[in-house]
Write a protein that binds this ligand. Structure first.
Ligand code: FAD
Length: 473
């Protein structure tokens, strides 16, 4: 049997993981990416001799598909994980010295692993701390596959279970914002519950954090390009797919996708994986499948803004820190990945999720606000010189994970022979994350290989919706 030809459209994490899995499964793979680079929503740029990422990217130990992908492309040592979850959370104080408390895991099994740190969490009053258990128990009792979860915001669920506005701002949003890319009062309960259940309430080590210590383009794009080259795949950047080509299906009765149109040429394929953002997919999906392309823009957009500050000295005494009661949400020490010698200073990346208002602001205003906010949180920043600062913005960093989005997220098999969907926005059960993107890519690859009669070629352990099998203790 000759090797089937699979065309993957889109070189983000979904497309890269689909392409690797199909190539590993024995397919002839062509990956087409419209931009001049791979990596999709994860990329890096250079300025004044240093490297900056378009946005800080973090994963958790429970992101098993993403971690397997890093291993496969030989990158996992470049994005190490904390030994155990440990995040300092600071709140500015009028007395000058900020209040510090920690979210860290102890030695007990989940969910008690966070008990000691939450009972001592100084950013909440005693009454709010005492009420946390009520919401935790309610979260653990949810059935994650219940469609009703996508009809309510996480904020309204928290309020129904005794959480005050202060508790939401000082604790729940510290986790909801960077994972769902919305505040609890707008985020779908379905997505937030997935994050809290999988990351914080299932296994004690699940939320240990990992992130790249090299530029994202090296971690993902360069490493995946090399892995694909070795696997015999053909990668083309600057190759925008203008249309999917359709023709008679295998039975002759239905219309099937038989290839793509790129640079004015037809490229034939036994199967096409469409791994582009939802708005691009809306313009490419053929009529007749189970997905209504006109509905996809309803998934919306949620922006992320990062402010990168180069200081002449070390100001941030942690690798990562969170803040409450401050414009800063998370700050990372990115000195190593930027390429700056620590003897010459420190690079701090402030990551702002759900950045609707920040997205439209002038860079000077953002730099002024965030350097001032860093100075209130980290005393060493008060006397430090800002050597350089740059703002990166992604207006469509993720889809807008509010209630009602679940029904707009299709599975890989869209009911058109020859066509398979992937992307962080598809129905992975996860918010728009690197984990969701890779899961969708591997699931699409498994679908492809099944459709060409090579179902054993791609293993898809714990693929989409593994939470369907979750057992609530
Ligand atoms: C600033 C920022 C911070 C983030 N932080 C985190 C984080 O901390 N943790 C986390 O897990 N996730 C994070 N995310 C989300 C994560 O990056 C994305 O969910 C994931 O990378 C999306 O991958 P994807 O392959 O689905 O889509 P994309 O990365 O968008 O890839 C789609 C690709 O398709 C290409 N394309 C589009 N149209 C065509 C066409 N016609 N022909 C050919 N190619 C086409 C695009 O150019 C693009 O490269 C963040 C995202 C951003 C932007």
């Amino acid at each position: 049997m000759s090797a089937p030809h699979v065309v993957v459209v889109g070189g983000g994490l979904a497309g890269l993981s689909a392409a690797v899995a199909c190539a590993d499964g024995g397919a002839r793979v062509t990956l087409l990416e419209s931009r001049p680079r791979l990596g999709g929503a994860t990329w890096s740029f250079r300025r004044n001799g240093l490297s900056f990422d378009n946005g800080q990217h973090v994963y958790m130990r429970c992101c098993t598909a993403y971690r397997r992908f890093l291993e496969r492309i030989g990158s996992s040592s470049l994005a190490p994980m904390q030994d155990r979850l440990e995040i300092p959370v600071l709140r500015p104080s009028s007395r000058g010295t900020p209040t510090l408390s920690w979210i860290r895991r102890g030695r007990l099994p989940a969910p008690l692993h966070l008990g000691a740190s939450l009972l001592g969490y100084r950013h909440l009053g005693v009454a709010d701390r005492a009420r946390l258990g009520r919401a935790v128990l309610a979260l653990r009792a949810l059935r994650l596959t219940d469609p009703a979860l996508d009809a309510e915001t996480f904020g309204s669920f928290l309020s129904r279970h005794g959480q005050s506005e202060d508790a939401v701002a000082a604790l729940w949003d510290v986790i909801t914002l960077p994972t769902v890319n919305l505040r609890s009062d707008e985020a779908s309960l379905a997505l937030a519950a997935k994050v809290f259940r999988t990351g914080l309430l299932s296994d004690a080590g699940a939320a240990d954090l990992g992130w790249a210590r090299v530029p994202l383009s090296r971690l993902h794009a360069d490493a995946a390009a090399e892995a694909l080259r070795r696997a015999g795949a053909h990668v083309r950047t600057g190759a925008k797919v203008a249309a999917l080509r359709t023709g008679p299906g295998p039975s002759g009765a239905t219309s099937a996708v038989t290839g793509v149109v790129v640079d004015g040429h037809h490229l034939e394929a036994d199967a096409v994986v469409l791994a582009v953002p939802h708005e691009a997919a809306a313009g490419l999906l053929p009529a007749g499948g189970s997905v209504d392309p006109a509905a996809l823009p309803g998934l919306g957009r949620s922006p992320i803004v990062d402010v990168h500050v180069v200081y002449d000295r070390r100001v941030l005494p942690y690798e990562v820190a969170a803040a409450v009661g401050s414009p800063v949400q998370f700050a990372f020490d990115t000195t190593r990945s930027s390429g700056l010698d620590p003897a010459d200073g420190q690079v701090v990346a402030v990551s702002v999720s759900g950045a609707d208002s920040e997205h439209g602001e002038r860079p000077e205003a953002l730099v002024e606000r965030y350097t001032s906010a860093l100075a209130t949180l980290f005393p060493a920043a008060r006397g430090a010189k800002v050597v350089d600062a740059v703002v990166s913005r992604e207006h469509a960093a993720t889809f807008r994970g509010r209630p009602g989005t679940q029904r707009l997220r299709p599975r890989p098999d869209v009911g058109v022979p020859g066509l398979h969907l992937a992307g962080a926005w598809t129905d992975t059960g996860w918010p728009a994350t690197m984990e969701g993107a890779v899961r969708s890519g591997v699931a699409a690859a498994a679908d492809v290989m099944r459709s060409v009669g090579r179902e054993r070629a791609v293993s898809c352990p714990g693929a989409l919706h593994e939470h369907a099998e979750e057992v609530v203790a």
